[in-house]
Write a protein that binds this ligand. Structure first.
Ligand SMILES: [Zn+2]
Length: 252
């Protein structure tokens, strides 16, 4: 039974991931996510149901449009896969519960924010502000491990720290990052927020070093930070307790 629910959530995650790709690409452009059918960006050919199967369509068509052979970004199947896997992992962590539903919403926010940030270097308010409002209400009702005010405090810390960083770096950190961190704080609470910031910075720095060593990127190369916030937050959320436990065991 457990296995059946996990695989079902994985499949749901793939399908939702496909939808979040559309949301993340279209919302910053002000396009409708409902009324505009999916189409190839090059030849405007409307995609058929067979082209819309998450991950599989991409693999079967070798990453090309069926009609004009234009390259399709690998971002689509990668995000679908990550979303499917994350949905399954959230279920395995929390079982069938209110916190699981919150976890799925959290993953959704992270995926959409990453897609927008990779595509346009921005995380739209139309995504972060409704998520913040929703998490504020839901956290009031669902706060399994910490009192409500700890989540509020974490939201303020996430917002404050990155607001300060934005001022100090004179725009090096984007406004979308600040609001995303406020939502992450509100969702994770304080200890895991601290871990998520550490992990995001670590992953971002590692990626930067790899880019410089192997791709000849310079110091001025701009890399969107949103996907690293997402990866660090997801890691802190799913494995944070284990990571903190391991750290304490190693050094104390
Ligand atoms: Zn095409």
């Amino acid at each position: 039974m457990e296995c059946l629910i996990t695989s079902t959530l994985f499949l749901f995650g793939l399908v939702f991931g496909s939808f979040f790709n559309v949301v993340g690409k279209r919302v910053p452009q002000g396009e409708s996510i409902v009324y505009l059918p999916s189409h190839c960006k090059s030849c405007k050919n409307r995609l058929r149901p067979l082209d819309l199967i998450p991950v599989l369509s991409y693999v079967l068509c070798k990453g090309e449009c069926r009609r004009c052979q234009a390259k399709v970004s690998p971002l689509y199947p990668v995000m679908e896969g990550i979303c499917g896997l994350s949905f399954a992992l959230v279920y395995l962590k929390h079982g069938w519960s209110a916190e699981m539903l919150m976890g799925l919403l959290f993953v959704s926010l992270l995926v959409i924010a990453s897609v927008s940030d990779i595509a346009y270097r921005l995380i739209p308010d139309k995504v972060t502000l409704p998520a913040l409002a929703l998490f504020l209400i839901l956290r009031l009702l669902i706060h399994p491990t910490q009192p409500y005010w700890m989540y509020l405090l974490a939201m303020a810390v996430g917002f404050g720290m990155f607001f300060l960083l934005t001022v100090l770096s004179r725009g090096g950190v984007g406004g979308g990052d600040i609001k995303l961190y406020a939502a992450v704080g509100l969702f994770l609470g304080l200890p895991l927020l601290a871990l998520s910031i550490f992990l995001s910075a670590l992953l971002g720095a590692l990626f930067g070093v790899i880019l410089m060593l192997f791709c000849g990127a310079g110091r001025k190369t701009q890399v969107p930070f949103g996907p690293f916030i997402a990866a660090g937050s997801l890691l802190a959320y799913l494995e944070g307790d284990a990571i903190i436990g391991w750290y304490l065991h190693m050094f104390f």
